[in-house]
Write a protein that binds this ligand. Sequence first.
Ligand code: S3P
Length: 431
Amino acid sequence: MKNLVVHPVKRLIGSIEIPGDKSISHRAVMMGSLAYGTTHIRHFLSSADCLSTIGIFRNMGVNIKQAGDRITIQGKGLNSLKPSKKILNAGNSGTTARILLGLLAGQPFTSRLTGDKYLCRRPMKRVTAPLGQMGARITGTDEANLLPLKLEPRKLKGITYKLPVASAQVKSALLLAGLFAEGKTSVTEPAPTRDHTERMFSAFSIPYSRRGKKITVQGPVSPFKGRNLDIPGDISSAAFFVVAGLLAPQSQLTLKNVGVNPTRTGLLEVLKKMGAHITVTTKKTRKGEEPVADITVYSSNLKGVEVGGEVIPRMIDEFPILAVAATQARGTTVIRNAGELKVKESDRILMMTVTLKKMGANIKPTDDGWIIQGPTTLSGCSLSSGGDHRIAMSLAIAALIAQGPTTIMDTVNIDTSFPGFSKFLQKVSRF
Ligand code: S3P
């Protein structure tokens, strides 16, 4: 129950080296643990979520050493994981739980997987149902919808599956199960979602194909070797400072070495449409590596925008902070097709409506988004984050431009994705 008190700022100035990408850090540990030989990871995100992933693989016998943001994994190959004596615990991390279900379903031993009280409320059937079609045996409450879940060893067979919702976690779970299954596993996504798993496959020389919206792996795959991985800064963490720099007066912020994979940059596109002054300086990366850039933002007058359709999955984690930006934009912002926000770490449609309303914003929830009228003056007050890291950080940014101090309650979970967030905020704030 850690509270964060945020005071309004005069301006924001400076530069920040954004910590490593959460999605890529998880996948790096998973793939390094399945490879044989050494995998070195640089700029790993040492956040609670990613440490949950490391803990799980250590429990399955993988030798993983950590020194700050450097990780060394001594992998013993695709079929080297050992049954854990303990129940595996994904903590608050939906990505760990969902992707891991795919990986565990293909193992020749029984596993049990659980998470914290927030994760145990989040739907898992989206993964366990298609894994069931592949032959997996997974049991748990509400027809294997809720953690804790038990996975028993079964031989998997490849399937062709059309994702009912655009979800990189579900896609990745099925592709990882596909590595251990007999035959082809094909996943078709309704709209492009983050493709970090596919890029990891390329990095580890695991063959796969993409034709339009369909991604296919042929299992069981041959053993693959460990390698060195550099993780870019997390654009979903940079997003809070991007919006902060746009909203605070006379501000200029540079966010260094941020991953700008096009499946993640929806927020930048939407903000530019709103009139944001943002420059993106792309850096040279080696072929097949994740693209990286320095992003500089300048205070801007924003206008309302309509957001919906294919961009939604490319900015799915950025809606709480977009809602904050919309309260300061001239005119109406309408966000549609974002019903997935209801099943994130909290019901984000509800949480942002309640909290921003309390600060004085004109925000109406809809079934799959919001209608936000701006600009409105925000007032500092006392707010609950509902234990959701991205709600807590979005409210902290709103508080920078509010009148009077804001107290945000229950902020420990900021550490699940962005350790050091308030330290960075202090560093660039001028009062
Ligand atoms: C993630 C995918 C997204 C995102 C989450 C990370 C991933 O979830 O919200 O923070 O790493 O694959 P969904 O797949 O549920 O959309």
